[in-house]
Design a protein around this ligand. Structure first.
Ligand code: ACO
Length: 402
């Protein structure tokens, strides 16, 4: 491994690897995935244990610092996050410049990038204090910005953060509070929300994280890098799949229509894919999907939603696909996005908010990876090579001779 690294450094190895299916772009101590066994660890801790026993801000601390915090460290971290939940008042004008029917991801890409124009005291990537403040600001403000994007699209006034609430409750408060009503966050729903944040917090070198690292490798400021990650996450093959998965389940509508969609997914001439199915790395169950499925049952139960047709369709679709030769042979299993939409929809979010919620959860992973990259002595600007397959050298032809 080390020899190969040396060869790479000397420029003696050149590989062609579209989609980077077998190229490691970095060393990382943050997240481990065993795709064959269906295992995911953050800093060595299995995701199932963290989802059950920890909470999102503790997981943020773990991802950023490498160890679980002491009680004192946790209180200090929580206080620092809480102090930064407000956004600059002038950021409101940014939102007002967008059309009301803008997708909240479009708004989020813009306003997160615009943070670079507001927080000049956290742009110097070579200053550890600037890096630290930028990290805290991003984790603290992303829920506020995502909630503002939601409120703006609904035509409702922005709701300021309420800092005696925990992270997930505060997000629900900013999304669902209406000034004339006395909205109280249901602690069980806040717990479900917190678990969704935890399950999405990091996932090693996926497309958006690699985008953040690549942007950061040029020395770009942290807000610009996270905005780049958000843009990449938006695609339906990545974070946009949670919206696409729920919309697909709703389109299927009833269990009797599942075979028609399974047939379409297997048809090579039909571009349709089962959204929320398949993964580049997992060739077994995505462990996050298992937790998400249990959580979906709990939330619907809690809300007294019985016989939810979408959940029925999801479970039956999973059952049929897992027995189907096509899906078995290609090792296609439900991924994290398959069940998350059912929970988010039951909590009251429209599908357009699913990917922004993914983005705010993943922000800590992006930042942890960005910081790791900057402190890596091997770090250099990312610059993939190519195989040129264009025209041979030729002479310019004036327009009247073409
Ligand atoms: N439905 C039907 N067939 C599928 C699906 C699917 N969801 N996913 C993969 N396949 C098939 C492909 O057609 C391909 O078949 P072939 O070998 O006959 O050509 C084979 O399985 C391998 O698929 P690839 O696209 O080459 O696999 P890759 O690793 O590049 O893609 C991806 C992984 C993008 C996640 C893919 O499975 C997919 O498009 N899934 C649906 C979208 C989705 O749920 N994305 C969320 C991913 S998780 C996340 O980002 C949080």
């Amino acid at each position: 491994c080390l020899d190969i690294r040396k060869l790479y450094a000397q420029g003696d190895v050149f590989t062609y690897d579209p989609g980077f299916t077998s190229t490691a772009s970095c060393d990382s101590e943050i997240t481990f995935i065993d795709g064959d066994k269906g295992e995911l660890w953050y800093r060595g801790y299995p995701i199932e244990q963290l989802a059950e026993k920890s909470h999102y801000l503790e997981v943020c601390y773990l991802l950023l610092h490498g160890e679980l915090p002491s009680e004192e460290q946790m209180v200090d971290f929580e206080n620092r996050i809480t102090r930064h939940t407000m956004v600059h008042e002038q950021m409101h004008y940014f939102f007002r410049g967008f059309r009301r029917d803008s997708h909240p991801m479009a708004t989020l890409v813009g306003v997160v990038g615009a943070m670079s124009a507001f927080y000049h005291d956290s742009l110097d990537i070579n200053d550890p204090h600037h890096r630290e403040v930028a990290s805290i600001r991003l984790i603290a403000k992303l829920p506020t910005l995502a909630a503002m994007a939601f409120k703006y699209a609904m035509g409702q006034p922005f709701v300021y953060p309420k800092n005696d609430l925990d992270y997930a409750s505060n997000f629900l408060h900013m999304c669902f509070s209406v000034p004339a009503e006395n909205y109280k966050v249901d602690p069980a729903l806040a717990r479900a929300m917190d678990r969704i944040f935890t399950l999405h917090a990091d996932h090693e070198q996926n497309a958006s994280t690699s985008t953040v690292r690549l942007a950061g490798s040029s020395g770009a400021n942290p807000f610009a890098c996270i905005a780049a990650g958000i843009a990449c996450l938006w695609g339906p093959a990545h974070g946009g799949a949670n919206q696409a998965a729920l919309e697909m389940l709703q389109e299927i509508g009833t269990v009797d229509r599942i075979p028609e969609y399974i047939k379409r997914a297997k048809d090579k001439d039909d571009p349709f894919r089962l959204m929320g199915f398949g993964h580049r790395v997992y060739k077994n169950f995505d462990p996050r999907a298992k937790v998400m499925k249990e959580s979906a049952d709990e939330v619907l139960d809690l809300l007294g939603i019985e016989n939810n047709e979408t959940l029925k369709v999801a479970k039956e679709l999973e059952r049929i696909a897992l027995e189907d030769e096509y899906f078995v042979s290609k090792k296609l299993y439900p991924n994290v996005d398959f069940y998350s939409g059912i929970i988010l929809s039951a909590i009251g979010f429209p599908t357009s908010m699913f990917t922004p919620i993914f983005a705010l959860s993943r922000t800590v992973g992006w930042i942890s990876q960005w910081k790791e990259m900057l402190s890596d002595p091997q770090n250099k600007i990312g610059r993939p090579r190519q195989l040129y397959v264009g025209s041979d050298k030729r002479d310019y032809v004036p327009v009247d001779k073409r």
